[in-house]
Design a protein around this ligand. Structure first.
Ligand code: XMP
Length: 317
């Protein structure tokens, strides 16, 4: 860890030199990356840093309140904006995966622009971009094709005419986690599995509407609860549910149902660039599927994703 302690000292120094007396604005997503970037920058700049947490309404069950609690513990000065309605408005009628990501990206920019002015103009925008984000968004090498447009490395700085501060852009996730620990971020937070910037929108296939998001949140919470109860949380890169755009016929008691389908997606990975599907115990899968169908009216079928990356990606969109 001495190497990472060194890295922290050096980076804190670099941030101070680069930024000088200017102000920095940070968009916190609730994830590990942006939080580590913010705590690091706060260490370098103190109250020259102002953080903004945009609740896009696409977070998991109870997540927005939980991350705000963590920010309080970390003593970050965070302004929270509840913008779920605006994001859902922008997503209305949108089913194409890239179109969803773009709609979310644009809405982010709009909300940011609206709120940032009121927080006192900042010259810098802090982003928690990691090395794999840089690669997979085709930011390196002109010829690299974009696999998925990551909204967190999108056009925000250009539009807002801000300079970009990306202190984590040479790091992999495991390094970011270790740095987070060294910076005193609570273990439960640091060890959290990655969650994509566009949130549940890219796990709610088809149109993203609140009733479907609500089903997805409940199913996803059950799956993650079972994973945690089995002691498997820390061994998995990610475990989550996806809601398919297809309904299917089922039977509940002696009544016919025609309801939604949840997919269980659990993967093992070192860095998210490649992944293998997790061989979860059958009894865990069985319990999860039964609980989802019993506890989430509106879902009558649960399936399991058994593809790796490649050929699939971890997220479905
Ligand atoms: P894929 O689905 O491309 O995902 O295999 C690789 C890893 O990246 C996460 N992911 C994102 N993270 N913004 C993020 O911050 C995004 O737009 C985004 N898209 C995917 C995904 O959850 C997985 O861990």
């Amino acid at each position: 860890t001495w190497r990472l302690e060194d890295w922290i000292d050096r980076t804190v120094e670099e941030i101070r030199e680069k930024v000088g007396a200017e102000r920095v604005l940070c968009g916190l997503s609730g994830g590990v990356d942006s939080t580590v970037a913010a705590v690091l920058t706060a260490r370098a700049l103190g109250d020259q840093l102002q953080c903004l947490f945009v609740d896009n309404g696409l977070l998991r069950k109870d997540e927005a309140d939980q991350v705000m609690d963590t920010y309080r513990v970390l003593d970050l000065s965070v302004h929270r904006v509840d913008a779920g309605g605006r994001f859902l408005g922008a997503l209305a009628g949108v089913t194409d995966p890239e179109a969803k990501r773009k709609a979310i990206g644009w809405t982010f920019v709009e909300v940011f622009e609206d709120v940032a002015g009121g927080l006192g103009g900042a010259a810098w925008l802090l982003q928690g971009t990691l090395y794999p984000d840089v690669i997979e968004s085709g930011h390196q090498g002109k010829g690299a094709s974009v696999i998925k447009s990551h909204h967190n490395v999108g056009g925000l700085p250009e539009i807002m005419k801000m300079k970009v501060l990306e202190p984590l852009r040479d790091l992999f996730k495991d390094e970011v986690r270790q740095i987070g620990r060294l910076l005193g971020i609570p273990e439960v937070f640091v060890a959290r599995q990655p969650f994509p910037g566009p949130g549940l929108a890219v796990r709610c296939l088809g149109e993203v509407v609140e009733p479907r998001l609500a089903l997805l949140r409940e199913a996803d919470a059950i799956f993650r609860e079972e994973i945690a109860a089995a002691g498997l949380y820390n061994q998995l890169w990610q475990a989550f549910c996806v809601l398919l755009p297809t309904r299917s016929v089922g039977v509940m008691g002696d009544v016919r149902t025609y309801a939604e389908t949840a997919v269980l997606r659990a993967v093992e990975s070192q860095d998210g660039m490649t992944a293998d599907w997790a061989r979860l115990p059958y009894d865990l899968l069985d319990r999860t599927a039964r609980r989802i169908c019993n506890e989430v009216p509106g879902i009558n079928r649960v399936t399991l994703d058994i593809t790796g990356k490649p050929p699939s990606t971890i997220e479905w969109e």
